[in-house]
Design a protein around this ligand. Structure first.
Ligand code: ZN
Length: 286
């Protein structure tokens, strides 16, 4: 019975989002068929912004503070105060703190996150912000897909099951992991998962063209087997200059080099953009 209910919830979520994507599509029209992914330079933390060909906008994580607002102002028109989907990968401050600022200033229509409990001062503040936002809330569980229109799909790969009611000590390994799929181009967004969760994904379809490196290049992530399975051409490391964790680790950057994977670091390269028509992609500074 429980699994039937769950299936129904999945279906309803997918239907709602499909309808939403369709209606946005008809209003915004198609902007030259290009999908854009921006890796923000927000110091030590993650914040990734996606704009689909029909103008749908997704923000994944918000970095450690309000710097994300300056970055959003560079990629969104000043009159645009709405974001279609916000995803919180996990409730560590370097991912969630900036999102609280975003919820205060933007109207967010959908919020995606896993439902684990985690004891941290920032969590109740975030939960209050979510409650006040009155957005459509979607629990992140593998198998759900978010249709963004024009063949752009955000597939949830992890966590594999609901974490509702579970208290986690290390939320890195319950990060929401997603594959952004546009025709023949795949961008793998892994939050801060470490070796333990990476191992659980080795039998999944995780082959991708572009990888957002896990946990800011920490040596606890990006294991050889995992990287080999993803086999990306390009990788992005979101990391703060002179951070106290010494991220990214030499082990991880050497591993990327060993596989011939070109990589960009936000501490050295600043913010970066990927533009793709679904067949080929281009990486540039903006
Ligand atoms: Zn982090």
């Amino acid at each position: 019975m429980q699994s039937r209910q769950l299936k129904l919830v999945h279906l309803v979520t997918i239907l709602c989002l499909s309808v939403f994507a369709y209606s946005t599509n008809s209003i915004a029209g198609q902007k030259n068929g290009l999908l854009k992914i921006y890796f923000f330079d927000i110091g030590q933390g993650d914040a990734i912004f996606i704009e689909t060909p029909n103008g749908n906008q997704v923000l994944i994580d918000g970095g450690p503070d309000n710097k994300v607002l300056q970055e959003l102002a560079q990629v969104m028109p000043f009159y645009d105060r709405e974001i279609d989907v916000v995803v919180l990968t996990h409730p560590h401050a370097d991912h969630v703190a900036g999102l609280i600022e975003v919820l205060e200033r933007y109207e967010v229509k959908n919020i995606v996150q896993a439902k684990e409990d985690y004891n941290s001062p920032v969590v109740p503040v975030w939960q209050d912000a979510v409650k006040n936002e009155k957005a459509n809330e979607i629990e992140a569980i593998a198998g759900k897909t978010i249709e963004l229109g024009n063949d752009v799909v955000l597939k949830i790969i992890y966590p594999k099951e609901s974490l509702e009611g579970q208290t986690v000590k290390n939320p890195n390994n319950s990060s929401v992991v997603m594959m952004l799929d546009y025709k023949n181009t795949e961008i793998f967004l892994v939050g801060d998962i470490e070796a333990k969760a990476e191992k659980e994904l080795l039998n999944d379809d995780i082959d991708a063209d572009i990888l957002k490196v896990g946990h800011h290049g920490s040596k606890t992530s990006t294991t050889v087997n995992f990287l080999e399975k993803i086999s990306p051409q390009v990788a992005f490391i979101q990391v703060g200059a002179k951070n106290r964790y010494s991220h990214p680790s030499l082990e991880v950057t050497q591993r990327l080099e060993g596989f011939g994977i070109r990589y960009h670091r936000t501490d050295l390269d600043g913010h970066m953009e990927v533009i793709t028509d679904g067949e080929t992609f281009q990486v540039k500074k903006y």
